[in-house]
Write a protein that binds this ligand. Structure first.
Ligand code: FEO
Length: 397
């Protein structure tokens, strides 16, 4: 079903209320998602993006039912990842020869994924596609936001930026617009998306946004490829991105741990209490890495200025849930955050040193010497945890 955004621009995507895991099993989507496709009708008609392959038939049938399938003149593929390109094979079987506008890297990705020699039209920043009736698309390459092939396009005549994944959120919504959904839920999904997907590219985010803002183009709406359209105060999400890209942190710390017989959990809770005692105004959260959703946990790390990471020693190493979080943090490349390690042990006690190595390798500055305690912490052990938490909080500046 097409939904009107303006008189000449319609949404033609798919709202996926059922989606709970994205990128395979890698990303949790508690609120579903959408694959947004947009139809722009001037004298010529452009379709911007398709949808994920499970919905390909439905997507193409909807275009046919709306009587627009045969009138599409151009397909714009801002990004080749399968959640946006998945319906291209079915669409291009229905419309063989349809020109596909994408970047040079887009051609590589699409050919590598679908092994088809479609009618590719390679575009670069500043190239335009005239749709007549006062409408034109201008392409802006945005490499690494978040793939090498990514581009945005700007529709003059309607002042709409089609930003692909940037400014998107995994949020199912039938009413399309940011002013029709719960704002807390919306911004939580937007920051989670940024933290888990865009953090490694923050320097490029800042540069690309500033380059686009310098063009002083009027922007009436930002249409991303997931979630809601930013219609009310559209630059608010742009300002949020500039803030998030600038080594974002709130007055928050998070204690991340896993535990076998609760000794490391008791340490975690003592450390968190010590931090709260030293900085009562700071938010301090305790998350068990084996039980918390890893993408939500990473979002809390993203918001934090410090992370205390704990694991008991297990097989002369650390528990796998903590190893996974350290690896995730390494890959995301957080900047200007502090860290510290702790853990209980019975015999050999390697975990704290291994966590410190993991934190340093992930770019965290160690803010306090690691704390390791043997067996269950007693009164004196818990006092050491409180002191460790106070010391860590005191070193946060
Ligand atoms: Fe929504 Fe990078 O795909």
């Amino acid at each position: 079903m097409l939904k009107a955004i303006t008189e000449r621009v319609s949404w033609a995507g798919k709202v996926d209320w059922e989606l709970r895991r994205f990128h395979g099993e890698e990303y949790s989507t508690h609120h579903g998602s959408s694959y947004n496709s947009y139809l722009v009708r001037g004298e010529k008609t452009a379709l911007i993006e398709t949808v994920w392959s499970p919905f390909a038939s439905e997507f193409v049938e909807n275009l046919a039912r709306a009587g627009v399938l045969d009138s599409i003149d151009f397909l714009v593929a801002n990004h080749a990842e399968p959640d946006h390109s998945g319906a291209m094979p079915e669409l291009l079987r229905a419309r063989p020869g349809l020109p596909v506008y994408c970047t040079a890297n887009g051609v590589k990705s699409l050919k590598g994924t679908y092994h088809q020699d479609w009618n590719f039209q390679v575009v670069k920043t500043g190239d335009t596609l005239d749709l007549g009736a006062g409408l034109a698309l201008t392409f802006v390459e945005a490499p690494m936001l978040h793939w090498p092939d990514t581009m945005f396009c700007y529709l003059s005549g309607e002042n709409i930026l089609f930003s692909n994944d940037a400014f998107g959120q995994h949020l199912a919504c039938e009413t399309l617009f940011n002013d029709t959904v719960d704002e807390c839920e919306l911004f939580q999904e937007a920051i989670k998306y940024y933290a888990n997907i865009l953090t490694p590219f923050s320097r490029l985010v800042t540069k690309k946004i500033n380059d686009v803002l310098a063009l002083k183009l009027p922007v009436s709406m930002i249409c991303p490829s997931h979630g809601v359209i930013w219609r009310k105060d559209p630059l608010r999400i742009v300002e949020a991105y500039l803030k998030w890209a600038d080594d974002y942190q709130e007055d928050q710390a998070v204690v991340v741990y896993d535990t076998m017989w609760n000794a490391t959990r008791h340490m975690a809770e003592g450390i968190a209490q010590g931090m709260r005692d030293a900085r009562p105004s700071m938010t301090v959260k305790c998350l068990n890495a084996a039980k918390a959703d890893v993408n939500d946990l990473i979002t809390e790390v993203f918001k934090s200025k410090a992370v205390a990471v704990g694991s008991p020693t297990f097989n002369r190493g650390i528990l796998r849930s903590v190893a996974a979080v350290l690896e995730e943090m390494r890959g995301l490349g957080f900047k200007k955050k502090k860290g510290a390690a702790f853990g209980s042990y019975g015999w050999s006690g390697e975990s704290v040193k291994m966590i410190e190595e993991g934190l340093s390798g992930a770019g965290f500055e160690l803010a306090a010497p690691g704390l390791k305690l043997s067996w269950q912490p007693d009164g004196s052990g818990l006092e050491q945890c409180l002191a460790f938490g106070r010391e860590l909080a005191g070193n946060l500046g």
